[in-house]
Design a protein around this ligand. Structure first.
Ligand code: ADP
Ligand code: MG
Length: 697
């Protein structure tokens, strides 16, 4: 309790340190979304500075989220010179609300040329400022949005804030139709469960692939993987427990509500989940979680891997994005209540979400598309690349009733019976879970499970807010015109249930049958990031984003370019790293071992003709042919990688080439590389093995 929020300029501190009028004006902006009064900036800046300096800070930074998906900061100290050769500590309102970090080297997808470098950061007072500790130094971090000189959003925060406004506006229309006049704002809420791996730093340091790409590009399967399921929820190893403790303390100080922690499915894999909060703050906090994980792991001589697929053959990492919306007076709009079949406001919102997910499945799919996630989605460990919704028994039953036009009942959870008298009796939830669904209703929220472990959660939540705002607006348009509200609503719900039942699926999402079935239902199955990006070029997408003022045409075009560019760059780096490791580590090891074998054969033969050297000869033979094959595949990869870099005319064609040629070549090369690992003397193998990295923590 004492350390929680210690490093945050939170509401309690503001109340304590700001004059009443300033505090009130700021709260109006934060809570009611009213424009920020410029007069408050100077006062707030001064209070913030005093607080930060008392804590030991020397610098401040505008903390922003460029389109790289991670965070950026450029530090300025508070010092300002006096005429007598000394300094005073200053921080003005202008410095608080606006920055101009140049920052021309961030991806802009063509919005800015580097010679037109101006970009601005603007204070987001809805997310509290905080102090970041780095090796004893403290920096005041001010969450900001980042825009170009011409006003286009160059970051992940601006569209998120815009989408929250859009959702609030449309959801309020809907609430008013149901007679709710007390709510003045609707807020989307998010809880992001973060998965990650830890590896011992001494192994990490010896793997160029982990250092440069975050994942292993070679590595044969260890004798043991995750098949015994003995790691999942297992007791924490001391070293990991110590790491988690430090991580929690750091996060609590930063006001992050770190709550749940456990071992995940794969060996060396873990998860942390915070208590949910406002989407904007949850997104900032998730960045702090990822950042802190990396930093604190190092203190324990470990490295935190956030890549979606650091190791082949065991599960990768994702991020479950739990999403809901609530009113400013605290009503969760996705809470079905005891009898959902009588709760028409809930049913309307539920239908809107089902329709939104069905109508805009491709946008949602895109929102979770990253090169790293291509390894997971559709493989039998993560949700399939096909979007579908799991509602659970109770709501599925109500949905069926809706289609038939009559609502009669809500299935209730039964009594839990364990057969042991001394165990407590309780009522079960009215619905079991389904772990394979990409979009599942889990009691009072939806859980979007496609999101990748390393990405910012901004993108997925922008899409959720936007598409749900759109369908709510369509519903509101119709209901506001209705002469008979009840009748129109019933028709609307029935129609929606009928038209969108194809998106509901409660079976095993990992099965091949589902892929076939989904194709029959006409549901899109987009397997790669490259293909997914195309949805951004559609006119309907531009209209949707522009209608709700979330992104304009130029901003969307830039995101399309950046998506493809990042994909191509990532694969290019991986290919070059592989080539380097193949040439400078694997081939030399193979040559060394061949020489040793040859020398051994010769030495033994000259010592005695009677000794059988067939084992060495067999190994030498096997190694020789593997090496030839490995080298051939290496040449193919080298040629294709070179060719790919020349395809700069058309970014789509380039990324398709990376995916269909370069990436495929990499997989071929890896097959031989991994076979070599199983043949070569362990003493000569230059890379830490999977067994070491996954099991030796
Ligand atoms: P799981 O069983 O999926 O592992 P967890 O308890 O680990 O569940 O995580 C569930 C997440 O959902 C938590 O971050 C929790 O705070 C969040 N959550 C709960 N209610 C809401 C809500 N109304 N809106 C958004 N997120 C929520
Ligand atoms: Mg979950």
């Amino acid at each position: 309790m004492d350390i929680f929020g210690e490093n945050v300029f939170n509401d309690a501190i503001m109340k304590e340190r700001l004059p009443k009028a300033t505090y009130k004006s700021l709260r109006n902006t934060i809570e009611q979304g009213l424009p920020l009064d410029p007069n408050v900036a100077d006062v707030v800046a001064n209070a913030m500075k005093d607080w930060a300096i008392e804590k030991g800070a020397t610098h401040f930074t505008h903390w922003f989220q460029p389109l790289t998906g991670i965070t950026a900061e450029k530090h300025d100290s508070f010092i300002s010179p006096t005429t007598d050769g000394r300094v005073v500590m200053e921080f003005s309102g202008k410095e608080l609300i606006q920055g101009e970090p140049d920052a021309s080297s961030f991806p802009s997808g063509g919005i800015r040329a580097t010679f037109e470098a101006r970009g601005y950061t603007a204070w987001d007072c809805t997310s509290p400022a905080f102090l970041k500790e780095d090796a004893g130094s403290l920096t005041l971090c001010i969450p900001t949005a980042f825009c170009s000189y011409t006003g286009e959003a160059l970051d992940k925060k601006t569209p998120l804030l815009r989408s929250m406004q859009a959702l609030s506006k449309q959801a309020l229309r809907m609430l008013q139709l149901f007679g709710n006049t007390s709510a003045t704002r609707v807020i989307s809420t998010v809880g992001a469960e973060q998965e990650y791996f830890l590896v011992d730093k001494k192994f990490f340091d010896q793997r160029m692939d982990l250092i440069l790409t975050g994942r292993t590009l070679f590595g044969s399967m260890p004798p043991k993987g995750q098949e015994l399921e003995d790691h999942y929820f297992g007791s924490l190893k001391t070293r990991v427990a110590a790491f988690m403790h430090d991580l929690n303390v750091e996060l609590w100080k930063l006001g992050v509500l770190a709550k749940t922690q456990h071992n995940e499915v794969a060996p060396g894999q873990f998860e942390l989940a915070p208590i949910f909060g406002t989407t904007n703050i949850a997104t900032d906090h998730n960045q702090l979680v990822m950042d802190s994980m990396k930093k604190i792991a190092l203190r324990h001589d470990m490295v935190c891997l956030l890549h979606e697929k650091p190791f082949a053959g065991v599960n990768g990492s994702g991020k479950h994005n739990n999403w809901s919306m609530s009113t400013d007076d605290g009503q969760n709009l996705l809470d079905p209540g005891p009898n959902p079949h009588e709760n028409f406001q809930f049913l309307t919102i539920l239908c809107a979400i089902v329709k939104a997910v069905d109508d805009y499945a491709e946008l949602l799919r895109l929102s979770a598309a990253t090169p790293g996630n291509d390894h997971r989605l559709g493989a039998n460990e993560a949700p399939p690349a096909i979007i579908s919704i799991f509602l659970g028994d109770q709501l599925t039953d109500i949905f069926a009733q809706l289609q038939n036009g009559g609502l009669k009942r809500s299935l209730q959870g039964e009594k839990m019976t364990s057969g042991v008298q001394t165990l407590p009796a309780f009522r079960k939830d009215s619905t079991d879970r389904n772990r394979t669904s990409p979009f599942a209703f889990t009691g009072n929220k939806f859980e979007f499970r496609m999101v990748s472990s390393s990405q910012s959660i901004s993108g997925p939540n922008v899409v959720l807010n936007l598409i749900i705002a759109e369908v709510l607006s369509q519903f509101a348009d119709r209901l506001e015109q209705a002469t008979d509200f009840d009748q129109t609503l019933k028709e609307l719900l029935r129609e929606t249930a009928k038209n969108h039942k194809r998106i509901l699926f409660d079976g095993n999402g990992y099965s091949d049958d589902w892929v076939e079935e989904a194709a029959k239902r006409g549901l899109p199955n987009i397997s790669s990031t490259v293909e997914a990006a195309l949805v951004l070029t559609r006119e309907a997408t531009v209209e949707l984003y522009e209608k709700h003022k979330v992104l304009n045409r130029t901003e969307l075009e830039s995101r399309y370019e950046i998506n493809l560019e990042q994909y191509s760059k990532q694969i290019n780096i991986e290919a070059l790293t592989m080539i380097n490791m193949a040439k400078h580590q694997i081939i030399p090891a193979a040559v060394k071992y061949s020489t040793q074998l040859a020398q051994s054969i010769n030495a033994i033969k000259s010592a005695s003709e009677a000794v059988d050297v067939s084992v060495q000869e067999g190994l030498l033979q096997e190694l020789g042919s593997l090496l030839v094959s490995f080298k051939q595949k290496l040449s193919i990869l080298e040629n294709d990688t070179l060719k790919a870099t020349t395809l700069t005319e058309n970014s789509y064609a380039q990324s398709v080439f990376y995916r269909d040629n370069v990436f495929k070549d990499m997989q071929d090369l890896r097959l031989d590389g991994d076979k070599l690992e199983t043949v070569i003397d362990a003493e000569l193998w230059p890379l830490p093995t999977y067994a070491e990295m996954l099991f030796m923590l």
